[in-house]
Design a protein around this ligand. Structure first.
Ligand SMILES: [Zn+2]
Ligand SMILES: [Zn+2]
Length: 83
């Protein structure tokens, strides 16, 4: 998930925070939907779940484990050696 953080500490107090145009407000922070850690997020094209690299790799490994030998060969273009 992406949350926006107001991180303003630098706007001069005499003019106050610029609000919407303040470069320090609305800083996007990305959190993994699974482990809730702040991190770079990855998504599959057909889902909304946003995962960190660790959680995504676990998903990918699970998908990989579910593939047949033939499917794995196709992904890497592995061919049977013809004699
Ligand atoms: Zn500000
Ligand atoms: Zn995660």
């Amino acid at each position: 998930m992406i949350q926006y953080k107001d991180d303003c500490v630098g706007c001069p107090p005499e003019i106050g925070c610029l609000g919407i145009s303040c470069p320090y407000s609305n800083i996007p922070i990305t959190y993994c939907d699974n482990c809730k850690q702040e991190s770079t997020l990855y998504v599959f094209p057909d889902t909304d779940e946003q995962l960190c690299a660790t959680c995504m790799e676990r998903e990918l490994n699970a998908l990989w484990a579910g593939l047949t030998f033939q499917e794995k060969c196709e992904i890497f273009d592995v061919k049977e050696v013809k004699i």
